[in-house]
Write a new protein. Structure first.
Length: 232
């Protein structure tokens, strides 16, 4: 029955139904559980790691550390550094695992000393368009994280440029397909999801890893359909 309802009713009606059902049950005000992609989005801007802004959805932090621990990449290329909290989190994790390096790319340098001097992090501040892929040639197991402008055109171009570097069984993670759910995709010309759709239609070496995307519920991630596993 639930599955049939899902097919015929839009998401908003299903949400309304669940909230009405909750209201019929008495729950003291301070015990109410009430969050969704919009509240998580508001909160994720406040996330820090070791005091440094590290803008990422909490579900994705858990998934990231699982992937890094499993793949143990020689190199992670992060496109979009910002203050570098996300890169620092991954670099510390790599320290614990005793393996791996990060190339993190931005168009400006906002990182402080802790990030800039981390032995596993190398900063590039000239934009991903100017990153020379020969920088990655000494590494074999490579994982890419795309977290820059989120414009459809940029995301698709970055997918095309960096996907050949991803080793088989590793991942190209495309951040923030959630913008569609947040009704912001127009400003991003369709954003990462449109780019992923087109990329997967033209490149059969990758597939969406549903185990990660759906681990906490259907696409309960900010990287909607964004965990792309290289399968061949
Ligand atoms: C969402 S933030 C990145 C957040 C970061 N990954 C973290 O974990 O905190 C997006 C960043 O992408 C950068 N950016 C925009 N265009 C870029 C480009 N062409 N190349 C590299 N970075 C770019 C922006 O300057 C901004 O700092």
């Amino acid at each position: 029955m639930k599955e049939i309802l899902k097919i015929f009713l839009p998401n908003s009606l299903i949400k309304l139904y669940h909230s009405a059902k909750k209201r019929l049950r008495f729950v003291p005000e301070d015990e109410l559980v009430n969050f969704d992609s919009k509240t998580i989005s508001a909160g994720h801007y406040n996330v820090t790691y070791r005091g440094i802004p590290a803008i990422r959805c909490p579900f994705d932090y858990v998934i990231y550390q699982m992937i890094i621990s499993k793949i143990k990449p020689d190199l992670v290329i992060e496109i979009g550094t910002n203050y570098g909290g996300g890169a620092l989190y991954l670099a510390d994790l790599m320290n614990t695992l005793g393996h791996g390096a990060i190339h993190t790319i931005d168009i400006e340098k906002k990182t402080g000393e802790i990030v800039a001097k981390h032995p596993r992090i190398k900063l590039f501040t000239n934009g991903w368009e100017n990153y020379n892929i020969n920088e990655a040639k000494e590494f074999s197991k490579i994982l890419i994280i795309e977290d820059a402008s989120h414009m459809y055109e940029d995301t698709l171009s970055a997918l095309r440029k960096f996907s050949p570097l991803v080793s088989i069984d590793s991942y190209f993670i495309v951040e923030d397909g959630i913008i569609n759910e947040l009704d912001k995709e127009k400003g991003f010309h369709g954003g990462p999801l449109r780019a992923i759709r087109e990329f997967l239609a033209e490149n059969k070496n990758f597939k969406v890893d549903r185990a990660y995307c759906d681990m906490f519920g259907k696409n309960a991630t900010f990287n909607v359909n964004g965990y792309l596993k290289r399968i061949k």
